[in-house]
Ligand binder design. Structure first.
Ligand SMILES: Cc1ncc(C[n+]2csc(CCOP(=O)(O)OP(=O)(O)O)c2C)c(N)n1
Ligand SMILES: *[C@@H]1O[C@H](CO)[C@@H](O)[C@H](O)[C@H]1NC(C)=O
Length: 659
């Protein structure tokens, strides 16, 4: 690239000598400081105003062509987008996914026509394509997804963009140690989402001064006004209370926006929130600031006049403004597979819980690659992610008790393959981040989620801590691989495989100590089950995982004494499930299959097996699973009470002969 780096050029233009900010935490949240800021020249300002109106025109035309979409949500953000994309942000317009580029997250994803329009003005998207908005053969969908190179995370479920932006900003600052910055645009209605405030707390706790949130306070939501209406002071107080440097601006004044964003870039130690007072449908006479225009294209009989008015405001049809180039200080991705440096160090019969084996495994993966990053939500000494933290403190992010945000941050860290991310908590608490997990699939994320404390086998803590829905939840996610390891060796290999598997990975770990059943050299593959007990005279196939695999092994032992042989299968991954091995075993055991799982009956291992054999004649699956809300007690007592212990398996095996 021969173009000069305007980052340094601008510094010398505007701020010679550049005044170092006072140490971050002592600096009062200052009003916009005029000392070193020089306003852009009139031509630039007019250019930015012109671009804003061009963005409005594009957004209106695109949503008219699709006869759906949110033009008024675009129009409130026109000046914000113009200044961000053509004055503040630094990126290579021809290479939107470049690692060095500033990031932009459109958290109010329904306003994406204006994002697409910005990339038209930047020269990356063809103007004619805008008219294919929302059409079946066009990647310019109704809400943005990473099918588009300029989108890192899918948005559209409101409240999630800022958490992902936090993950990107944390990664930029602490892992990439690069100068790219992260900008996130939110709606005011969107700010009613709790996840926004989890992210606000995270960003200030970690002093993410490379992150800017822009609040498009256009007063209106979908069905009525947002609760704070135009009370920008209330937004400012909230942002300040959450530890952010905060500016209130007229969101339609390009010069004020240039200035606020200029100050944001120089403010050290805190993230900056720009509370922008705007009007929904700004620039559209009779529609601006009116109710009942959310999500409606401009009616055909009004559109020509409104477009003409916007067009008339464009003064200078001169060559379009160009974004500045980024500083090239982010390393290219090293996409080599990450492998354990040595095999698992367990001996058959040793006892370790799979949750602890997870911590050991992750630490070893961290030894193998700098790209491995771990997150947890204040459960690190329960999930054992603290073993990783002790060895690699610089690559551990404590996310505190905010699981939705933890998942969003993890997704953000994993964007553009900057890191290989593992986020852990009790599996039960991942359920509150299910919307984030669902969106992660749309985001094409490779994030790895690890849930400990599955099932009734956690014992005394009782049902609030027991994950009994997690398999159902993760199986339903289209890009997800579900690992359910049953001993330390297979856990270590599950972590290694997850690190190198595309899509979302979920690893389900258990609390009780269980015996090592595999040799340290045993090979594991996604979608390949292990037949752990078999003979020529097996009469029933029993499939268990985690603690219930060990219960099945103990049932095997008891039944063997009575001369009854059972085949025992460890599926290793529940999705994909090794249907071939299961069907072959079922055939070898007279079509008799028993599944046993520490999970509710719906959507778990049993139903996965049923689905796998559903089209095979002559196979009958009997399911042992938790079928009601459990309670506190000792693990073994609970396994008995809820029908998934060795004793219950033995009884079920006998039952299959009775029939
Ligand atoms: C989690 C979630 N809830 C509800 C919606 C439906 N929805 C889409 S846009 C919108 C209103 C958004 O208002 P605001 O954030 O103020 O954005 P604006 O369009 O006014 O810029 C709603 C309720 C959604 N997309 N996501
Ligand atoms: C986690 O660590 C804290 C602080 O050391 C301790 O009080 C707590 O008991 C530990 N919890 C578990 C589950 O080990």
């Amino acid at each position: 690239e021969s173009r000069p780096m305007r980052r340094s050029r601008r510094r010398s233009l505007h701020s010679a000598p550049f005044k170092a900010a006072a140490p971050a935490r002592c600096q009062a949240p200052s009003p916009l400081n005029m000392e070193s800021y020089h306003k852009p020249d009139e031509k630039t300002l007019q250019g930015l105003k012109d671009v804003a109106n061009k963005l409005r025109i594009h957004s209106i035309k695109a949503t008219c062509a699709s006869n759906s979409g949110h033009p008024t949500s675009c129009c409130s953000a026109a000046e914000l987008m113009s200044v961000l994309f053509f004055h503040t942000m630094r990126y290579k317009a021809s290479d939107p996914r470049n690692a060095c580029n500033d990031r932009f997250v459109m958290s109010k994803g329904h306003a994406c026509p204006i994002l697409y329009a910005a990339w038209v003005e930047a020269g990356y998207v063809k103007e004619a394509d805008l008219l294919n908005l929302r059409k079946i053969d066009c990647d310019l969908e109704g809400h943005p997804t990473p099918k588009l190179a300029f989108v890192d995370v899918a948005t559209g479920s409101l409240g999630q963009g800022l958490g992902a932006a936090c993950g990107m900003a944390y990664t930029g600052k602490h892992f990439d140690k690069s100068s790219y910055r992260v900008y996130c645009l939110l709606g005011d209605g969107e700010c009613s989402e709790g996840a926004v405030w989890e992210a606000m707390a995270f960003a200030s706790h970690y002093g993410l001064d490379n992150l800017v949130a822009i609040l498009d306070v256009n007063r209106l939501g979908q069905s009525e006004a947002a609760p704070l209406k135009h009370d920008t002071a209330a937004f400012q107080e909230r942002c300040k209370a959450f530890g952010w440097n905060t500016y209130v601006v007229d969101g339609h004044d390009v010069e004020e926006l240039c200035k606020a964003l200029w100050h944001a870039e120089r403010f050290k130690g805190k993230p900056t929130a720009i509370v922008a007072k705007t009007f929904k449908g700004k620039g559209l006479k009779g529609i601006e600031d009116q109710d009942s225009w959310h999500g409606k294209p401009i009616p055909k009989d009004r559109v020509d006049a409104l477009l003409a008015e916007l067009q008339a405001q464009i003064q200078a049809p001169h060559k379009p403004l160009q974004a500045e180039l980024p500083t090239e200080d982010a390393a290219p991705v090293d996409s080599k597979a990450i492998q354990l440096l040595c095999a698992p160090e367990y001996k058959i019969g040793d006892k370790i819980s799979t949750r602890k084996a997870y911590g050991v495994a992750l630490k070893k993966m961290g030894d193998a690659s700098q790209r491995i990053v771990a997150l947890d939500g204040d459960t690190k000494n329960s999930t054992f992610s603290d073993i990783f933290k002790k060895a690699h403190p610089d690559r551990y992010i404590e996310c505190f008790i905010a699981e939705q945000n933890m998942v969003s941050v993890a997704i953000g860290c994993a964007t553009r393959d900057r890191t290989v991310t593992f986020a852990s908590t009790f599996a039960a608490f991942l359920s509150r981040a299910y919307d984030q997990i669902r969106m992660a699939a749309i985001s094409q994320s490779n994030v790895n989620l690890v849930g400990s404390h599955c099932g009734v086998s956690i014992g005394e803590d009782g049902p609030s801590q027991m994950a009994l829905e997690d398999l159902a939840m993760f199986r339903a996610i289209p890009t997800c691989t579900v690992f359910y390891p049953s001993d330390g060796v297979s856990t270590e290999r599950a972590v290694e495989l997850a690190a190198n598997t595309k899509g979302i990975c979920f690893i389900r770990t258990s609390r009780p100590d269980t015996a090592i059943i595999y040799e340290s050299g045993e090979k594991f593959e996604v979608g390949k089950a292990k037949v752990v007990r078999q003979s020529d005279k097996d009469q029933v196939t029993v499939i268990g995982a985690g603690v219930t695999l060990h219960e099945a092994l103990s049932a095997h032992e008891q039944l063997a004494k009575e001369g009854v042989n059972i085949r025992v299968i460890d599926p290793f991954t529940i999705k994909p499930l090794d249907a071939a091995t299961i069907v072959a075993s079922a055939r070898a055991t007279g079509g008799r299959v028993i599944t046993v799982e520490d999970h509710y009956k719906e959507g778990g291992l049993g139903e996965a097996v049923l689905a796998a054999v559903g089209e095979e004649p002559g196979i009958v699956v009997h399911r042992l699973a938790v079928d009601r809300v459990p309670q506190s007690g000792k693990p073994q007592e609970l396994l008995d009470m809820f029908g998934i212990s060795a004793k219950c398996i033995v009884a079920a095996v006998r039952q299959t002969f009775a029939n």
